[in-house]
Design a protein around this ligand. Structure first.
Ligand code: NG1
Length: 540
């Protein structure tokens, strides 16, 4: 390995077999071939140097807990973003202090756009708040985020491979704002294009890439967790990913259990668009803030003080055990609670610690008044933060709008969902004959919690889930942030046809009555999926 090269860079692939299933190769092969000719049409006959790819993801379980620090269980999907790219270097002897990025999209909805940045500073790169060039923000934030991670030798004038122009043609199959994470795929793919264009792909490893992509995406205005970028970067065919964020980002590829009957995950898009950038103040970002308030309230209730460690619910759990004698504390808790003891026996120590905190939540919000939505004044009393301190702690990062804050319901969801992820993982790792029924039941419980405690389901999501449960699904839940977008269903392979046909007649035909959806639109909205490979670069 050459000096400075990392051991785990975004891989270079030379065949689509390492990305897609057999059916996926058939489906996507022509698309890849066509992209080069579309690139030539878009850029005066030029040929791309490489194609970067980043997939979307479906989350199997563990919703709205990544930004709180708990582990999640997604898989990368075959739907993805491709960026065909041509890099132009400064002519020999010539010099430039900046690089121009030209962005075109095969979908006309996204207007052609470009921006220029100096090599030594990205401060001049402005994000757009509106207009049909706004999609360039994903590329811009990737550039801004990555800039400080690029070694100075890459940006320095002494580097003969510094690009003066990067021309990109984007082609995506992930429906936008549908909770399959087209945004994270855009940020991730853009980061890879930048790395490859500056010949720096082998200088930054995938973990750092994921961390940068997570930070970068927050610049777009969403207080997002790290699940999507990590799933997009670390996807492996046929594996789900157990992704942990504590004490640091780590990814454990996990095979779904073997069984006599084949099972699959079917994705059903409600086709209700939920744009987090627009609804953030009342939906996604508000939930992030509520969980932070809940963390401070729980920390105060447990007498843990207001250190940085307690800013999220995972931090509260860790601080509680660290300050109260670790394992010894757990032993004490077991003596006091049969449920904790049972959780320890069934699902291990980490699960038992989560169960302890779930019980602390019940004690803190011990009556119905506290369990209901709370006014700012009540939250001030519970958290110990008031006035300007309250504004700074909870209201300064992203704008939110709310009269009431649901701290009990959000905390209860977080701890029960975190526990379900661990149970899901142990079922996958030591399967029993009934494993798929048990996995399905965890998915159903997750959905109930998202609907009733996290309030992020909606009528259409509930309708699709009801239809699914009547037509062969063992477990059905919304996937991603919710409030629309997609659902995921665990279905025995032999029931998939019936399942999809029921969705078509009972959901799509009714919802789009009169307008009708084409066969392609229907295939795109409701489909059987397999875990796919992660982000990569393909040299043309
Ligand atoms: P979606 O809406 O599917 O992109 C979002 C967040 C995730 C996670 C889920 C909820 C972004 C980019 N992604 O997913 O990190 O918090 O909601 O589990 O904001």
């Amino acid at each position: 390995m050459a000096p400075n090269q990392v051991s785990d860079p975004v891989p270079l692939v030379n065949s689509l077999d390492s990305i897609y299933s057999k059916a996926g190769v058939l489906k996507n092969g022509k698309r890849w071939d066509d992209l080069a000719s579309k690139f030539a049409d878009a850029y005066d006959g030029l040929k791309p140097d490489f194609i970067a790819r980043a997939p979307g993801r479906v989350n199997l379980i563990g919703e709205h807990i990544d930004y709180v620090g708990f582990s999640v269980f997604p898989a990368a999907v075959e739907k993805d973003i491709l960026m065909a790219t041509k890099v132009t270097l400064a002519p020999a002897g010539g010099s430039s202090d900046s690089v121009e990025v030209v962005l075109k999209n095969t979908t006309t909805r996204f207007a052609e756009t470009s921006f220029t940045s100096r090599y030594d500073s990205v401060d001049g790169v402005q994000l757009l708040n509106s207009g049909d060039s706004r999609w360039a923000n994903y590329f811009k934030v990737a550039f801004k985020g990555l800039h400080s991670h690029l070694p100075s030798s890459v940006l320095d004038a002494s580097n003969p491979s510094r690009p003066v122009r990067i021309q990109v043609l984007v082609d995506g199959t992930i429906p936008p704002e549908s909770s399959l994470s087209s945004s994270a795929a855009m940020t991730t793919c853009s980061s890879i294009v930048i790395l490859e264009s500056f010949s720096a792909r082998s200088l930054i490893d995938r973990k750092e890439m994921a961390e940068v992509a997570i930070e970068s995406e927050r610049l777009v205005g969403v207080n997002s967790g790290g699940m999507d970028q990590s799933a997009s970067i670390f996807g492996i065919p046929d594996h789900a990913l157990y992704i942990s964020f504590y004490p640091e980002l780590s990814v454990e590829p996990t095979k779904l259990p073997q069984s006599d009957t084949e099972h699959t995950f079917v994705i059903v898009n409600t086709l209700v668009v939920s744009d987090k950038k627009v609804t953030g103040p009342v939906n996604y970002n508000l939930r992030v803030v509520e969980t932070r308030m809940a963390a401070r309230a729980l920390a105060k209730g447990l007498g843990l003080g207001s250190g940085n460690g307690c800013k999220d619910l995972r931090g509260v759990l860790e601080t509680y055990f660290a300050e109260n004698g670790g394992v010894g504390r757990l032993e004490l808790e077991i003596e006091n609670s049969g449920a904790v003891k049972e959780t320890l026996e069934k699902s291990g120590e980490e699960a038992a610690r989560i169960k302890v905190l779930e019980e602390k939540v019940e004690s803190l919000y011990h009556d119905d008044t506290l369990k209901a939505g709370l006014t700012r004044q009540q939250v001030e009393e519970l958290t110990g933060y008031s006035g300007e301190e309250f504004d700074k702690e909870f209201l300064s990062s992203f704008p939110i709008r709310a009269d009431k804050f649901e701290l009990y319901k959000r905390s209860k969801h977080v701890f029960t969902e975190a526990l379900r992820v661990l149970q899901f993982r142990s079922l996958c790792n030591s399967p029993s004959p009934d494993v798929y029924r048990q996995l399905g039941s965890l998915m159903d419980d997750s959905q109930s919690s998202l609907r009733d405690l996290y309030n992020c389901s909606c009528d259409e999501l509930n309708t699709v889930i009801d239809i699914a449960k009547r037509n062969g699904s063992l477990g059905s839940r919304l996937t991603g942030a919710g409030w629309g977008g997609c659902t995921v269903h665990l279905v025995p392979k032999k029931k998939v046809e019936v399942f999809i046909s029921a969705m078509r007649t009972q959901y799509y035909a009714k919802r789009f009555e009169g307008k009708g959806l084409s066969e392609d639109e229907l295939n795109d909205a409701c489909f059987d999926t397999k875990p796919a490979g992660g982000a990569c670069v393909y040299k043309v």
